[in-house]
Design a protein around this ligand. Structure first.
Ligand code: NAD
Length: 344
């Protein structure tokens, strides 16, 4: 099998070459992202392997089908960049549902600690032999309340980490997890209650029509003054302009963003020599209480290895057994079974 691999970074290749060789799958690595302009590169391949900022919309899917490309193998968990309704009945869509929830949850906590203990400031200060402590006062996490939106794999690991710090947890999920509440320090509540009572709000739900801008002007207004916002999930969960306004008004005490609404324009690339046109991103980055990382929460050795292993296994399952447990959308199936782009 031959796969066209889009948005390739140097750290992708070793694991994919290793696991691919074991299963007889070769990858042709393209640095460009998949979109309407680049889809032609997939001609002659059995499938495409794509990541979070590749575009798999209706036009791209139609062009892939015309070229007899049979599979979209996502090497990530989220699939908001795929038009699942259009894909249904046309092309196989595989994903990696979990590769290391620890990588993302630990990054969320790393960002939180960095922010509230001013590590980002201290790092720069001491590099310049400035050992002053003014402006460095943080706060204890112990005893604070964290609101966790989305209690799936990553959300639950993040809750475990927060419990290790002695924090109280208010959770919200469309489908609450059985057995998570302990009647004391971990409780499911409504979104309104979560916003009103959390010192920190952390997002761990997928991006869907329902969760788009779940953090906006109205929800920020419901939050405690000085709330710390963590987003390691998907950029468009947060209305970036409303967040900037919240930072300026001091309603938001700090924000830690691993993802950004318009990140596909910038993230994973070096723009250090360029004039960045996105004023909201530039202004957010300029704030002393905003930390931005470039969608790197997943980026651990363990996660990269698991991503490659599962992606290759998904492809092998589909071609060898004609079925794959990580298929999102059956190419030949009953459209009635496809709800919200997921097959049940
Ligand atoms: P998961 O599917 O295990 O958990 C998602 C949870 O969100 C589920 O419990 C689900 O019921 C809940 N949910 C669905 N709709 C909801 C809604 N409307 N309101 C509240 N909760 C809702 O997924 P996961 O592995 O925990 O990953 C969570 C998200 O993290 C992914 O969707 C992805 O967007 C993001 N992610 C980011 C990175 C990164 O590098 N920054 C890496 C992996 C995943």
């Amino acid at each position: 099998m031959k796969f066209a691999f889009f948005d390739t970074k140097p750290y992708d290749k070793p694991s994919f070459d290793r696991y691919g060789a074991e299963k007889g799958i070769t990858f042709k690595y393209f640095e460009t992202k998949l979109n309407e302009d680049t889809v032609g590169l997939a001609r002659g391949y059995d499938g495409v392997c794509v990541f979070v900022n590749d575009t798999v919309n209706a036009e791209v899917i139609d062009r892939l089908c015309e070229m007899n490309v049979k599979v979209v193998a996502l090497r990530c968990a989220g699939f908001n960049n795929v038009d699942m309704k259009h894909a249904f009945g046309r092309i196989h869509v595989l994903r990696v549902p979990a590769y290391s929830p620890y990588a993302v949850a630990e990054h969320a906590m790393a960002m939180l600690l960095t922010s509230i203990r001013r590590i980002h400031k201290a790092y720069i200060r001491t590099k310049d032999f400035n050992f002053s402590l003014s402006g460095m006062t943080g706060f204890d996490l112990h005893g604070k309340t964290v609101g966790v939106i989305g209690t799936g794999r990553i959300g639950r690991v993040f809750i475990d980490i927060c419990r290790g710090f002695g924090m109280k947890v208010l959770a919200y999920d469309k489908f609450p997890a059985e057995g998570l509440e302990n009647g004391d320090t971990i409780r499911y509540v409504s979104l309104e209650e979560l916003f009103a009572n959390s010192d920190i709000v952390s997002l761990h739900c997928p991006l869907t029509e329902e969760t788009y801008h779940i953090i906006d002007e109205a929800s920020l207004a419901q939050c405690k003054k000085g709330v710390v916002l963590l987003n390691t999930s998907r950029g468009a969960l947060v209305d970036a302009e409303a967040l900037l306004a919240g930072i300026k008004s001091r309603q938001v005490g700090a924000a830690c963003l691993d993802v950004y609404e318009e990140e596909s324009e910038f993230f994973f690339e070096d723009f250090s020599g360029h004039i960045v046109e996105d004023d909201v991103l530039a202004r957010l980055i300029s704030m002393p209480n905003v930390i931005v990382t470039s969608h790197q929460a997943f980026l651990t050795e363990e996660a990269l290895s698991n991503i490659a292993e599962t992606t290759v296994q998904n492809i092998a399952d589909l071609f060898e057994r004609q079925q794959c447990p990580n298929e999102l959308c059956y190419r030949r199936g009953n459209a009635e079974d496809c709800k919200d782009g997921r097959c049940f």
